[in-house]
Design a protein around this ligand. Structure first.
Ligand SMILES: [Ca+2]
Length: 371
């Protein structure tokens, strides 16, 4: 009984600990910076002339996304938020901020933007998008003017208690707070690819986006304010065809742009539309095509070395052995030879001694026998 109780308590503790661990999310935040002064869309757009469009109101300086554990907070910063001259319920009214998020999930994703007249490159296709509008009316933008969270499958969440949008004038920021439970793949936030685009909000414009005019005006963007003659011709044709980019600044967070993008990146990408082909600009742009030419060079080198070495070695060994008998040996060889010559010589002195000894012994024997 007691053992069963201990087992039950242990199981409960393990389950509670596991549940606690899964409910605690790592708090992640990412940031992306953006150059100042690049609020010219493809490089040659200017602001409308009405005085509410103060310098810098469309110039994004960066953005950040933070996972707080129960919410995901998106903050988009500007050079100058410009106040709220028409009293947008969300605290701003000049800007229209679009945040397109490519998560690490597979499945349905979209390359189009909501009225901005540019397309996203396929590896940046969005799984969900936040459209941060000033907040009038009840329906989500672009049908109404409330901020909206769109998913690629077409479902939409309008701003409410789980999705709030507000201005932070002290920091020149527009902020969206989204309940973590509403968003997919938040655990992989750091691996997302995020494109933030800033347009001029226009409650009367197509898709709530302020359009571009070939010569500008009080309530349209000036498509040619900084244009060269070639750019002027091109954008005029695009405006006539209704395919001009309707955006002033973009910023990117992705593994491919760890330090953000440059003004030149943005200008080139937003200028990549083609009025002749009726093609929208693509963001990010396609990298320049690199042609890799592989030249296989086979080199056969025949290297023949003929070396004739004539080596004649003549070794003359003169060995002179002088004993009792003079014995001279002269050897001439063409090789190095180690030769040991043993010369046997008779020791005539010893032989003589022995002969004398034998003679004495013989005489002694003869003498003894005689006796
Ligand atoms: Ca900027």
């Amino acid at each position: 009984m007691r053992k069963t109780l201990v087992l039950l308590v242990s199981a409960f503790i393990i389950i509670a600990a596991a549940s606690w661990m899964t409910s605690v999310h790592a708090q992640t935040s990412i940031t992306a910076s953006d150059p100042t002064g690049d609020d010219r869309g493809p490089g040659y757009y200017g602001y409308p002339t009405n005085e509410v469009f103060q310098p810098g109101v469309f110039d994004m300086t960066g953005f950040e996304v933070q996972d707080t554990g129960d919410k995901v907070v998106f903050k988009v910063y500007f050079s100058n938020l410009g106040g709220n001259p028409w009293s947008g319920p969300n605290g701003f009214c000049l800007q229209y901020v679009h945040i397109y998020v490519h998560t690490t999930m597979g499945g349905t994703a979209r390359m189009d933007t909501m009225g901005l007249n540019f397309a996203l490159r396929s590896d940046y296709a969005w799984h969900f998008a936040l459209l941060l509008a000033p907040g009038w009316e009840e329906s989500p933008t672009p049908v109404g003017q409330r901020a909206a969270l769109y998913f690629a499958d077409g479902t939409v969440v309008v701003q409410d208690g789980n999705f709030t949008v507000y201005a932070d004038p002290d920091n020149n920021a527009i902020v969206a707070e989204v309940a973590r439970s509403l968003l997919p793949d938040v655990d992989n936030l750091a691996s997302w690819r995020i494109v933030v685009a800033v347009a001029s909000y226009d409650g009367f414009g197509p898709m709530r986006v302020r359009p571009v005019g070939p010569t500008g005006g009080e309530w349209v963007l000036n498509g040619t304010q900084y244009a060269t003659p070639e750019q002027l011709q091109k954008v005029a044709k695009a405006i006539a065809a209704g395919i001009e980019p309707r955006v002033l600044d973009i910023a990117i967070y992705s593994d491919q742009y760890p330090d953000g993008i440059t003004a030149e990146d943005q200008y080139a990408w937003l200028d990549s539309y083609s009025p002749d082909l009726g093609a929208l600009a693509i963001v990010p742009g396609f990298p320049p095509v690199t042609v890799t030419e592989t030249v296989v060079e086979t080199q056969t080198v025949t290297h023949t070395t003929t070396q004739t070495v004539t080596q004649t070695t003549t070794q003359t060994t003169t060995q002179t052995t002088t004993e009792t008998v003079t014995h001279t040996t002269t050897q001439v060889r063409t090789e190095t030879t180690t030769e040991t010559t043993t010369v046997k010589a008779t020791n005539w002195a010893a032989a003589g001694g022995l002969a004398v000894l034998g003679l004495i012994i013989g005489l002694a024997i003869g003498f003894a026998m005689k006796r």
